[in-house]
Write a protein that binds this ligand. Structure first.
Ligand code: RB5
Length: 149
């Protein structure tokens, strides 16, 4: 992805601080961070925030999305209900690279109760640095897309 790519960020209450750190990090790298909150610490349900971020990606408003909750799992499940979204939870940099390279993921989910902030930022870097390889992987991603039709 090139600089100035628009990247939507969202989370539930568990992950506000890490989400804001990621927004600052990717802004410093030259990306356009579209942080849609929340900003206050009250408990707020991850499905709402996963879906809102996913809609930004599905509509084309943002090229990629990064979403967070305690485990990353719940918000990933919600995001993947939105047509056109392919979101994976990653706790390591290899997976983050591969979900872009092989699965053409357009969203990354992170669990703040699983990861430290330093590793979360490294995972974000791995995700953003990778490119979809196409070829035989495109055929497989097309099979996923066909399931949504
Ligand atoms: C909130 O306590 C927690 O359930 C949520 O952040 C997430 O881990 C769900 O998958």
């Amino acid at each position: 992805m090139t600089a100035k790519t628009r990247i939507v960020l969202s989370s539930d209450h568990a992950a506000i601080g890490t989400r804001q750190a990621i927004a600052a990090h990717i802004t410093a790298l030259g990306y356009e961070a579209v942080d849609i909150g929340p900003v206050t610490p009250e408990s707020t349900p991850y499905p709402k925030h996963g879906a809102e971020a996913a809609e930004r990606v599905a509509s084309g408003d943002c090229a990629l999305g990064i979403i967070l909750c305690g485990t990353g799992q719940g918000i990933m499940m919600a995001a993947n209900k939105v047509k056109g979204v392919r979101c994976g939870v990653c706790s390591d940099t290899f997976s983050a690279r591969m979900i872009r390279a092989h699965n053409d993921a357009n969203m990354l989910a992170l669990g703040v109760r699983v990861l430290g902030e330093g590793l979360a930022l490294d995972i974000v870097d791995a995700f953003l640095s990778a490119e979809f390889e196409g070829g035989r992987h495109a055929t497989r991603v097309d099979m996923i897309k066909a399931m949504e039709a």
